[in-house]
Design a protein around this ligand. Structure first.
Ligand code: ADP
Ligand code: MG
Length: 392
């Protein structure tokens, strides 16, 4: 997507809503794993942020700035320079099942965005005070609107419910205030604002690594120095160095595998073809890995897993990688691994419970095996050359 004018937001038809709910959505290049099918899904500030970041990326943003107060519970503000939202669409923006990303069932087969169900903003408007300031390129000023429980509401007593004109740059700012103000048990379940802030930084760090062309900034309200800041147009090794430090980046290895076809589509360079015995359908998956060599040893494993561009968790994959390293690193030492998997969407289990960010896919065991044995080989080659170096 480019940051040209946005597509109109429409309400999905009942039949489409039912088809999505029934799991008939089987051809999604960026399938939904951790999406808000109900307000329950926004279970902490970082999960709201993840949805909002994905909306910015869907809008073609090249700059995303996040401002946080009290771990995101008092304020979570995300400003992007993406395509903006049309003024005419603001009245239905926070209704359930309103989206600009698909309008027909056949659109589902070629969807290239994170979102498509039109539920995230709706969910947030039920558990927080939601405000939006947005400007498209063709608009002469920005428009501001406030939402509660899915509908456009007055900003202040006495004001009309129409969006208000205001100054603003091209793009969108989403403001989430007083998250969980109406669900005290949820609020009480959260640990501390500093813990929530750490989770926000963690989600941002990971998306910033996966999207190194986009500039990310995250800071606390009132602070002049950002806690996270990346420049635009970086590459992955640069982003890893900036966010995880030189200790990791200087000991980083790289492997890419899978079919050329898929990789080229993603613009990934230095492609290696899958071994003939690797898979029966070599075009059905590909992967890119950045992982530390045996020189790097950390107390806790850092594992970033993206499947079809979505940040997910796979305890099985994590365990398998830990096993690879347990034979190489001293006891108690752990690696850094970034893994981006592209799987044929038809092979991804979309029937995962929406509250789970855990993912399952077809041939999971075989794909996991192939990835781990490849990393094992690369690491073994490294250790051997190290031994060799020491000997000479
Ligand atoms: P979905 O992403 O599934 O469409 P959301 O509730 O996340 O649903 O967003 C609803 C709609 O609001 C999107 O389809 C998009 O048109 C618009 N939108 C949300 N965030 C942004 C943004 N940052 N920039 C431009 N448009 C946005
Ligand atoms: Mg969305």
């Amino acid at each position: 997507m480019t940051s040209s004018d946005p597509l109109p937001i429409r309400r999905l038809t009942e039949s489409l809503i039912n088809k999505i709910a029934a799991g008939e959505v089987r051809l999604l290049p960026r399938f939904q794993l951790w999406h808000s099918t109900c307000p329950e899904i926004i279970h902490r500030p970082a999960s709201a942020l993840k949805e909002l970041l994905e909306n910015c990326l869907d809008a073609g943003a090249t700059s995303i700035r996040v401002t946080v107060k009290e771990g995101g519970l008092k304020l979570l503000q995300i400003q992007d320079n993406g395509c903006g939202i049309r003024k005419a669409d603001l009245p239905i923006l926070a209704e359930r099942f309103t989206t600009s990303k698909i309008s027909t069932f056949s659109d589902l087969t070629k969807i290239a965005t994170y979102g498509f169900r039109g539920e995230a903003l709706a969910s947030m408007s039920h558990v927080a005070h939601l405000s939006v300031v947005t400007k498209t390129k063709s608009e002469t000023c920005a428009w501001k609107a406030h939402y509660l429980d899915g509908v456009l509401v007055e900003g202040k007593p006495g004001q009309t419910v129409d969006p208000k004109p205001c100054a603003g740059n091209d793009g969108t700012t989403i403001i989430i205030e007083d998250l969980f103000y109406n669900t005290p048990t949820r609020l009480a379940a959260l640990k501390s604002t500093s813990d929530e802030y750490a989770r926000i930084l963690d989600v941002m760090t990971k998306y910033a690594i996966h999207n190194p062309k986009v500039a990310f900034v995250c800071k606390k309200v009132g602070s002049n120095t950002p806690d996270l800041s990346t420049p635009p147009n970086a590459d992955k090794p640069q982003a890893i160095r900036m966010l995880y430090g030189n200790a990791i980046s200087k000991d980083l290895l790289h492997a890419s595998f899978g079919a050329k076809k898929v990789q080229e589509a993603e613009g990934v360079e230095d492609v290696e073809m899958a071994d003939a015995e690797d898979t029966n359908r070599p075009e059905s998956w590909s992967a890119e890995a950045r992982f530390t060599n045996p020189n790097y040893q950390s107390k806790k494993m850092v594992f970033l897993l993206f499947i079809n561009h979505r940040l997910v968790e796979s305890p099985r994959m994590k365990r398998a990688l830990e096993n690879v390293y347990s034979g190489i690193l001293p006891k108690g030492a752990s690696p850094f691994v970034y893994l981006s998997l592209q799987i044929d969407p038809r092979d991804v289990d979309v029937n995962v419970h929406p509250t789970k960010k855990e993912v399952h896919f077809l041939n999971e065991e075989s794909i996991t095996d192939q990835i781990t044995s490849r990393l094992q080989r690369a690491l073994a080659a490294q250790s051997q050359s190290r031994v060799f170096e020491y000997q000479t």
